[in-house]
Design a protein around this ligand. Structure first.
Ligand code: AKG
Length: 315
């Protein structure tokens, strides 16, 4: 059985923009089930259908959001598209150093801000795959809406169009920073991810996702993005679930990635893993053979590790 596939023009749009909206990725019956499961676990009097019960801003029930059934990674439409764009090479991302296990997609709920708060567009974003404990060839993520978001001020995932190309250009100039050390190097150290975009006129203004329940946005791993604020007075909850994919072979190299914590503390393998006594050493020194891992390869062709579908020139 084949699920949804992207058309050539959708693939071209994704390549050009670094993000693609996919309508109806998740079938309506699955969305209904997921909504019921989320409604059932809300605590503290919160009712996702009654704005009068909502606390302001980010919300999660006590104990966090549960794994939903079916797991987003098992939805056929998502699997077909990931197979189409990755040619079998992509698999769900997981923390560096841990043996692989089935992943639970992240659920994130953003409720409206306090009354009277003015909505402002996000000023800066980030790239996934560089946070503590990650590592290993992050390729793409999918943000799926579980409730409608009709307004760009409704808390949808925000991204900078064409920033994947600007970021790629930066890493082509500074391939040694692709291990994550760009975060601790100027101009990003002082100016944030914005600093890699500001001088590039081809990067578009930030876009905040809108759509109906079941719609998704597919975002390239090098596209700068961030959460946005759900405007005060909004009557819609921004409820989204995120599935992230890495390159299988790079994912397997994750235990060899040396990556410092956000404050610069060298990354260490998690306690209890076989490399427990192997102290983190910070970023691999230049010339270290570990830098030859494909995880660190910044190739001229941004689509080198993607399927033929992304590497076909169309007239
Ligand atoms: O909540 C959002 O829309 C954005 C989440 C995000 O930036 C991330 O998961 O990396």
């Amino acid at each position: 059985m084949t699920g949804m596939l992207l058309s050539p023009s959708q693939l071209d749009e994704f390549k050009a923009e670094g993000a693609l909206q996919i309508r109806g990725l998740i079938p309506a019956d699955v969305i209904d089930d997921w909504q019921d499961q989320l409604r059932a676990v809300c605590t503290g009097g919160v009712d996702l259908d009654k704005p009068s019960t909502w606390p302001a801003g980010r919300y999660a029930p006590e104990g966090g959001w549960p794994e939903l059934n079916p797991n987003q990674y098992d939805v056929l439409n998502l699997q077909s598209i990931v197979e189409q764009i990755g040619g079998g090479a992509f698999a769900s991302s997981h923390p560096a150093g841990h043996p692989w296990s089935p992943q639970v997609p992240m659920t994130r709920v953003i409720l409206p801000s306090e009354p009277g708060t003015e909505w402002t567009a996000p000023l800066d974003g980030h790239l996934d795959g560089y946070a503590t404990g990650w590592g290993g060839g992050f390729m793409v993520f999918f943000a799926v809406l579980l409730w409608d978001v009709s307004s760009p001020t409704g808390g949808g995932t925000a991204y900078w169009p064409r920033s994947h190309l600007a970021n790629h250009r930066h890493f082509l100039k500074h391939p040694d920073q692709f291990d994550g050390s760009y975060l601790f190097t100027e101009p990003v150290k002082s100016g944030g991810h914005r600093a890699l975009l500001d001088d590039d006129p081809s990067v578009g203004d930030v876009v905040c996702m809108t759509g109906n329940a079941g719609d998704a946005i597919m975002v390239h791993g090098l596209t700068t993005h961030i959460g946005s604020v759900n405007a005060a007075g909004s009557q819609q909850p921004r409820v989204a679930q995120f599935a992230r994919f890495s390159h299988r072979e790079m994912r397997e190299q994750a235990p060899m990635v040396m990556f410092p914590d956000k404050d610069g503390t060298p990354w260490k393998p998690p306690p209890g893993t076989q490399d427990d006594d192997n102290q983190g050493t910070g970023f691999l020194p230049l010339g270290h053979p570990g830098r030859d891992l494909i995880r660190y390869d910044v190739s001229e062709n941004l689509w080198k590790y993607w399927s033929d579908a992304l590497n076909t020139e169309r007239p």
